[in-house]
Write a protein that binds this ligand. Sequence first.
Ligand code: FAD
Ligand code: UDP
Length: 404
Amino acid sequence: MKRQRKEQPDVVVAGAGFAGTVIARELAEAGKHVLLLEKREHIGGNMYDEKNADGILIHRYGPHIFHTNDAAVYEYVRRFGTWTPYYHQVRGKIGGKEVPIPFNFQAMEQLFPAEKVSRLQQKLRFLFRERKRVSVMELLECSEKEIAELGQFVYDFVFAGYTAKQWGVPVDQVDRSVINRVPVVLGYENGYFADVYQLMPQEGYTSIFETMLRHPRIQCCLGTDAQTRITLQENGTIWLDGTVFHGVFVYTGMPDELLHYRYGTLPYRSLDLQFETLQLESAQSVGVVNYPNSEAFTRITEFKKLTGQKKSGITTILREYPTAFARQEGQEAYYPIENPENRARYERYRTALATWNQLYLCGRLAEYRYYNMDGVVARALQVSQEILERKSLSNDSRTACLLT
Ligand code: FAD
Ligand code: UDP
């Protein structure tokens, strides 16, 4: 039998989404050899964008707008392409009108009589002083009756229907941290996000990923489920292609898959995404319109308005129909479902996976956290640093293995 020497990579990363790609890039820049395995046929994870058959740039896995208050994250992403300032606005169909979301003073003026609006605004300014944003729960729980009624209105007409559709359970069963992602604005500011930096990549997200992964020490294999090459052995070792692996394994997929569902499946929410190209210059007033109280979908995105792409006479829209996530071909896990039971199950997986001290979990799926893109970048930079500080991963320790 012929024996052949072959070097192992220093690091294997499973998943070419933002988490895996930032880590691959950071470690490659620090001199490590990285093997990046991605089970889909493309890079970019859920941020992947592409031109559709009509030539319009769309986000295949739902609308993505980059926003952050973290200057370090902003500086980091700017290294990999040109980003254009983009002020994201959302409207919601409420009471037959199209009002700003987050609900603000303009929405009040559109929906309530003028004298009521001025009374509400005075009371809000008095009660919440300099604050520009409050949660709907703060309004609901307010001791001032008319403000609590306002909170109830916003809760019923902005949150209850949308949330029940999105999460498949009544709004009071959804973790408050989820609802509180969208505030009530005490003023006329009408942006969806309040962050200092709000951007879209000029050439699209996929182009940013291509730049990040263009590095001589990164080898990227698409269409490759990491489970076909990596095995976690019960004795705490990790094997790559049938040989003991001495490097670091970064995993950004679902943790229950790694342990073959030994503690049951971790629930996620999915979306049925319906794209449609219309023979129209413009389909709606802003990039995203929410439908909290009518329709089976939650929102419609018009991509031209997000990306700034010029294309006359046609426009592509996306309707999002929330669905349960079943582990079957063609379905994607989009959102972890935050509740104590799921958190406890996740913790069991995390504790069991600590057996493999070469293993790092990072990202929305692997950490079962409702991360935005900027949170993923910050976390991936932190994990990269932790990996580089490992003693066993010095530059000289690349392991030679024998393959037969
Ligand atoms: P993912 O993007 O899910 O990447 C994980 C990758 O790992 C995938 O490519 C997957 O195929 C791969 N993988 C999994 N298992 C394996 C395996 N066994 N082997 C190989 N590969 C594997 N954030 C914002 O900041 N702004 C927004 O506007 C925004 N909009 C969003 C809209 C929607 C509909 C959704 C679902 C999310 C949105 N997000 C938004 C969140 C954003 O998508 C995430 O924060 C970010 O993409 C997470 O990156 P990730 O690498 O953790 O996960
Ligand atoms: N939400 C709502 N009505 C809206 C917008 C949001 O009830 O018009 C709630 C809903 O529960 C949603 C959560 O706020 O899941 C977070 O909204 P966000 O826009 O952050 O969701 P994402 O873009 O991550 O899907």
